[in-house]
Design a protein around this ligand. Structure first.
Ligand SMILES: *Cc1c(COP(=O)(O)O)cnc(C)c1O
Length: 364
C-alpha cells in the first residue's frame, strides 16, 4: 500500500467544479488584487474563527514582516524566538534589522520554552515571536505574563495553527498580533501564495492595513514607507470556496492523530504531547526516534512517505552563523531536529492508509 506524505490532488479534485467556477467569476469581474473576493474571505475567516478583523496578504512571510514593523522592531532590538520552526518565522525580525535571540524549546510540545524566554530577556529585548509549531499552541499564559512584565510586543506565528485555540481563545488574539500562511501545504491552502494578519488591537490592524498597500491611506499619498502585501483576488476566491470545509478537515486531522497516538506502540518512540491548554489542529504529526534515519528507510520500503521537519534548527543555519551559536547551545531543539520524523497527515487519508502507517512503525 502506498501512503504519500502529502497529496494535494484529492482535495483539489473534489472541489474542482466550485473552485474553477469561483475563479471564473473573479476573472470575468477582473477582481485581480484585493477586491470583493478577498473582502468576503476576510469576513468569513473572521466570523468562522473568532477574529474581530482579518487582513488577507500575499504570503505567510509578509504578515510576519508587517508584525515587526507594527511592533516597532529595529536595529539594536533583541527579539526572542524559537529555533525549531520554518525559517520564515525569523525573517520578519531580520528584515527590519533587529536581532533574533534563539532560545530552547520544551522537550514534550517542541514549542518555545517560557522559562528559556525569561532567562534571555535583557534591557534590549523588545518582543517575542512565538510559533504554534505543528498546530499546537505554545504556553501563551506564561509568555504573556513575561511580556506584560517587560513591555514586550508578542507576535504569534499561526502559519501551522489555523483554527487552533488556547484556553478557548483563537490563536493570534492572545499576543499583540497573529500571522497565517495559506501556502498550498498548510491546513487551509490557497492555489498559490497567501497569508493573513490579525490583531486584537484596532490600531495595529489599521497600521498593518496601511503597510499592506504601500503605506498609502489615500491614493498617491504615502504616510510611511509601505509594502505590496496585497492578496490576489484569485486566492481570495479559492480560500472562500475552501473555508466551509475547514472544520471537517480539522476534525479528520484530529481523528487521524488520535489513531496514531493510540496505535503506535513502541517504547523507543517519543510521541507528541498534547498540552492541556491548547487544542492542536495537527498540521504535522511528528515523533522522535533515536534511529530516525533507519526508521525512514523502513517506512519508505513499506510505501510510507515521511519528511524531516525540521532537519536544521535556525540558530545553526548558515545565514545566522554571525550570531555565534555553537553546537549544543540549544540542546533540546538540536536533539529534536536530529530525531524527528513527520508522518503522513492530511484529511483525505483513508483509515486503511492510517492503519498501514501504524503497523509499519510498530513492525520496525
Ligand atoms: C509556512 C510557514 C511560514 C511562511 O509562510 P509562507 O506562506 O511560505 O511565506 C511561516 N512560519 C511557519 C511556521 C510556517 O510553517
Amino acid at each position: 500500500m502506498k501512503v504519500p506524505f502529502l497529496d494535494l490532488k484529492p482535495q483539489h479534485q473534489a472541489l474542482r467544479t466550485e473552485i474553477l467556477a469561483a475563479l471564473a467569476a473573479t476573472y470575468d469581474a477582473t477582481r485581480f488584487c484585493l477586491g470583493k473576493d478577498v473582502d468576503d474571505f476576510e469576513k468569513s475567516f473572521s466570523t468562522l474563527l473568532g477574529y474581530p478583523r482579518t487582513l488577507g496578504m500575499n504570503s505567510g512571510t509578509s504578515p510576519l514582516h508587517a508584525a515587526s514593523v507594527c511592533g516597532g522592531f529595529g536595529p539594536g532590538d533583541e527579539i526572542i524566538t524559537t529555533p525549531f520552526t520554518f525559517a520564515s518565522s525569523c525573517w520578519g525580525i531580520s528584515y527590519v534589522g533587529a536581532t533574533p535571540v534563539f532560545v530552547d524549546i520544551e522537550p514534550d510540545t517542541w514549542c518555545i520554552s517560557p522559562a528559556a524566554i525569561a532567562r534571555a530577556i535583557t534591557p534590549r529585548t523588545k518582543g517575542i515571536v512565538v510559533v504554534h509549531i505543528f498546530g499546537q499552541p505554545a504556553r501563551m499564559d506564561e509568555i504573556m505574563a513575561l511580556a506584560r512584565q517587560h513591555k514586550l510586543f508578542v507576535v504569534e506565528d499561526c502559519a501551522q495553527a489555523v483554527g487552533a485555540q488556547y484556553r478557548g481563545q483563537p490563536v493570534g488574539l492572545i499576543g499583540d498580533c497573529g500571522t497565517f500562511s495559506f501556502y498550498p501545504t498548510k491546513n487551509l491552502g490557497a492555489c498559490g501564495e497567501g497569508g493573513a494578519f490579525v490583531s486584537r488591537h484596532a490600531a495595529v490592524m489599521d497600521h498593518a492595513q496601511l503597510l499592506r498597500v504601500h503605506g498609502s491611506p489615500k491614493r498617491y499619498t504615502h504616510t510611511e514607507v509601505g509594502f505590496n502585501f496585497r492578496m490576489d483576488g484569485f486566492q481570495g476566491a479559492v480560500l472562500n470556496a475552501k473555508l466551509p470545509h475547514l472544520a471537517a478537515w480539522t476534525a479528520r486531522r484530529r481523528t487521524i492523530a488520535g489513531k496514531y497516538l493510540a496505535g503506535i506502540r513502541r517504547p523507543d518512540v517519543q510521541l507528541p504531547v498534547i498540552s492541556a491548554d491548547g487544542e492542536s489542529v495537527w498540521h504535522q504529526f511528528t515523533l522522535l526516534h533515536p534511529s530516525r534515519d533507519a526508521l525512514r528507510v523502513h517506512l519508505d520500503k513499506a510505501g510510507v512517505g515521511t519528511e524531516i521537519i525540521y532537519p536544521g534548527p535556525m540558530h545553526r543555519q548558515p545565514c545566522y552563523a554571525s550570531l555565534g551559536y555553537q553546537p549544543g547551545s540549544l540542546p533540546v531543539a538540536e536533539s529534536a531536529s536530529a530525531r524527528c520524523v513527520s508522518l503522513p497527515l492530511f484529511p483525505e487519508l483513508t483509515d486503511a492508509q492510517v492503519d498501514h502507517v501504524i503497523q509499519s512503525i510498530n513492525s520496525f
